[in-house]
Design a protein around this ligand. Structure first.
Ligand SMILES: [Zn+2]
Length: 328
């Protein structure tokens, strides 16, 4: 949370009302004094000339004008590698179909009561540094902000898989088939937001590997771990972390028996390596509903659930979604 306030200040400072594009080549992330919207009341105490004198009447000020122009609100965002942004456009009543542009990608915003919003995933490999972020509509920039992305602090580890498991990695045709199957599911977009509030952790157990860990399997190249692993006995129940529609429930190659939930607004979650599946594709599940049981199917070293959170196709740390709601 401590990142949010300075970020918001930076965003608000960079905001430009009136529909003109702010220069994005020389953004100024340096916090300057909070903009004052009305004459400063200057509350410095006036030395009382006499203790018996009646208090000086407060000077009459002009009514404080309300903030004008649209603003970007990132409350609840996680601005590190593997994090995600909850982006709302506020105070923009006449705007139609705004979009957010960040790092060359355009995100469609969705309407809610008095606000436009979207969620943006920051992949584990997202380069640390500053990025301009614009909200545009009708070909014009409404608001420009500046986003500082910090490091995820990911650990490195080497994993040794037994041949029965590592042999799976030699079947590149089936791996590619699975990649396309999953990518096709995650490319779906449901505008309706099915969940609210914080997510729950989907299974009891110990976290056996964090999201983002740079892992080398059997001495190979390092890749970021795309989910969070929770290990427990085979058969441990696995529950939906948040409400949504079952977008996939089937046996995959490396993921084993897998469920993918579509939570709407471009957000999905995935549950993998299960021994059995308890839901069918197309059905709706509420947060906490049973979706399957822990197992060791696919590419594994033991029974666990590999839990993923996916935002517009980008894997992010699922544990962040349990830290609080990110309502529009
Ligand atoms: Zn995993």
């Amino acid at each position: 949370m401590r990142l949010i306030v300075p970020l918001l200040v930076a965003i608000l400072l960079a905001a430009c009302g009136g529909g003109q594009a702010a220069p994005t080549d020389t953004p100024s992330p340096t916090p300057s004094p909070t903009p004052t919207l009305s004459p400063s009341p200057s509350p410095a105490p006036t030395p009382s000339p006499s203790p018996t004198q009646a208090p000086t009447p407060a000077p009459t000020l002009e009514p404080t004008p309300p903030p004008s122009g649209p603003v970007i609100d990132l409350t609840g965002s996680h601005t590190e590698q593997g994090g995600f942004l909850a982006v709302r456009l506020r105070d923009a009543p006449a705007v139609v179909d705004p979009t957010v542009v960040l790092a060359g990608v355009t995100y469609t915003m969705l309407p809610a009561a008095d606000v436009w919003y979207t969620y943006i995933g920051l992949p584990a490999w997202f380069a640390i540094g500053g990025y301009p972020m614009d909200v545009t509509a009708g070909g014009q920039v409404l608001v420009s902000g500046w986003l500082e992305v910090s490091g995820g602090g990911f650990a490195f580890e080497s994993i040794t898989l037994p041949p029965a498991s590592s042999d799976l990695l030699t079947d590149t045709a089936r791996i590619e088939e699975e990649r396309q199957r999953v990518a096709g599911i995650l490319a779906g977009f449901t505008p309706e937001r099915y969940w609210s509030g914080a997510w729950i952790t989907p299974a009891a157990g110990v976290v056996s590997d964090q999201f983002g860990t740079q892992r080398s399997i059997n001495g190979g190249e390092y890749f970021a771990h795309t989910g969070l692993d929770i290990a427990n006995a085979e058969g441990t129940p696995i529950y939906a972390a948040a409400s949504g529609v079952v977008a996939l429930s089937e046996e995959l190659f490396l993921y084993g028996n897998a469920v993918i939930l579509d939570h709407g607004a471009g957000v999905f979650s995935g549950y993998n390596h299960m021994t059995s599946l308890a839901v069918s594709a197309g059905s709706f599940v509420n947060q906490g509903d049973l979706i399957g049981h822990m197992g060791e199917t696919g590419l594994v070293t033991g029974p666990h659930v590999h839990w993923e959170a996916i935002v517009h196709g980008v894997r992010v740390d699922p544990a962040l979604w349990t830290q609080g709601g990110v309502e529009p």
